[in-house]
Design a protein around this ligand. Structure first.
Ligand code: ZN
Length: 466
């Protein structure tokens, strides 16, 4: 059924324009007309309040939706104020739900009013027959009961006396205790609902093969409402090459794109200036990606890893038809921004990082020298260099509105991005990252009607129109 959408402003190209209306039919945009024309047609109109912006739905070019979804399927202990409450709740949960292994997330002993320590003995009181793991809110620590300890015999960082596991086990909990495809699907559906309620219609999920299978099943069952591009971790590269899976294989709802590698760490962990691969290793991977038609996403936060990637790219790649990307690109040298532009390297950035950790007295300022801090997420400079540059969330958290606030209120005033451009970078600009710039991300005749309406002042979603 045809419908006219009338909002206060519409994002057309990079501009917010007034007095326009959009006609949609089924899942397509069929016309953009002058608002006054809507009165002389017989097509039913839907008018949104003053302050509303009609725009292409958000495209999150770098996220981890499936793994976020999985965490939503696990019981969470974060809101409890005492150890007693945590233990009572866990007992109840185990009574009510049948699981092979019970993983509880998010406990925070620093908030407890009774005691501030939890060990194997406490968990054994919950159950001795069923394996139980509590993972701390930070994700770097876990506690296991005796039954769970029996399963993890040869895993590093586990103290069998106290049941406390540091780093490896908690960080890789879903790899060590593999969820079933059904659990992953359940999680994706939960996270999908959250994404849609934030106005996200398309994502690039960086994930594992189990989640890729789960997405395929959901699509067959008609339950996948998001458009999903899949990027797999580097450890699957050998299989991908053997099978011959190539970039952009799939359709408008689910496609494979490529692999992701890590070239450095993070500011928070103090490893953003540490190179994780040698030039030779990176060159082999990039050449392999070229030869096998696989897109490469290179995680590079600090200037050294960014510089390394550009150097190797310049040597190996003549034409970036695979749209190889740098992820995060947080502290580039100015000359390297120019080179990225010249070489047509794609860049995905996470403005929520600036919202969360930017500023002259926040985490980045504490961890980095001022000279580096002044190169923090230079959106305006990058934008002015005409780079294929788009926003994403990295699921920290999954929230484009937080990112937009980060870009608009950047603590480096000359690197701020106006609202219209921030919206553009979180929607239109992301379409190329999915090889879908002819189908999504624009309010133009023939495009999918992946549209949303947001409130300009409060920066929240009013409605999805897809
Ligand atoms: Zn990520």
């Amino acid at each position: 059924m045809k419908q006219i959408l009338i909002a206060d402003k519409i994002l057309i190209g990079k501009e917010l324009v007034k007095n326009k209306a959009v006609i949609i039919n089924e899942d397509k945009i069929i016309d953009v007309i002058d608002a006054f024309e809507s009165e002389i047609t017989h097509i039913p109109a839907k008018t949104f309040p003053s302050g509303s912006i009609l725009m292409p739905a958000f495209i999150d070019t770098h996220t981890h939706l499936a793994s976020y979804g999985l965490s939503l399927t696990k019981p969470n202990l974060n809101n409890f104020k005492s150890k007693k409450d945590v233990i009572d709740y866990s007992k109840e949960y185990i009574k009510n739900f049948e699981r092979d292994i019970y993983i509880f997330l998010g406990y925070d002993e620093s908030k407890w009013t009774d005691e501030n320590e939890i060990t194997k003995e406490d968990l054994d009181k919950i159950s001795k027959e069923k394996p139980i793991i509590f993972r701390r809110i930070c994700g770097h620590k876990a506690v296991l009961n005796s039954k769970a300890l029996e399963i993890v015999k040869n895993i590093q960082g586990v103290d069998f006396k106290t049941g406390i596991a540091l780093e490896y086990l908690p960080l890789n909990i879903y790899e060590i205790f593999k969820p079933t495809i059904e659990e992953i699907k359940d999680g994706i559906l939960k996270a999908q609902e959250i994404a849609i309620n934030l106005g996200i219609k398309s994502i690039i999920d960086i994930t594992n093969i189990e989640s890729f299978k789960a997405y395929q099943e959901l699509k067959r069952e008609g339950k996948l409402k998001l458009r999903v591009g899949i990027v797999l971790y580097e450890r699957y590269f050998e299989y991908i090459k053997k099978v011959g899976l190539e970039y952009n294989f799939g359709d408008d709802n689910l496609k494979f794109l490529g692999i992701k590698i890590f070239l450095d760490g993070s500011v928070g962990a103090g490893t953003a200036d540490k190179l994780l691969k040698t030039n030779e290793e990176l060159e082999v991977i990039l050449k392999d990606c070229q030869n096998h038609n696989v897109q490469l996403l290179a995680h590079a936060i600090g200037q050294n890893a960014i510089n390394q990637f550009i150097n190797i790219f310049e040597k190996v790649v003549k034409n970036n038809y695979l749209r190889h990307r740098i992820e995060h690109f947080e502290f580039p040298y100015y000359e390297d921004i120019k080179r990225v532009s010249r070489l047509n390297i794609y860049v995905s950035m996470q403005p929520n990082f600036v919202a969360l950790w930017g500023g002259f007295d926040n985490m980045y300022a504490k961890k980095l020298p001022l000279e580096v801090l002044k190169r923090c997420n230079p959106y305006r400079t990058i934008f002015n260099e005409n780079i294929n540059f788009a926003f994403g969330s990295d699921c920290m958290p999954l929230d484009p509105f937080l990112g937009i606030k980060g870009a608009v209120h950047h603590f480096l005033e000359n690197e701020r991005i106006d609202l219209n451009l921030s919206l553009y970078l979180y929607s239109t600009a992301g379409a190329k990252f999915l090889f879908m710039e002819d189908k999504i991300g624009k309010i133009e005749r023939g495009y999918y009607s992946d549209l949303i309406v947001i409130d300009e002042k409060n920066l929240n979603l009013i409605e999805t129109c897809f």
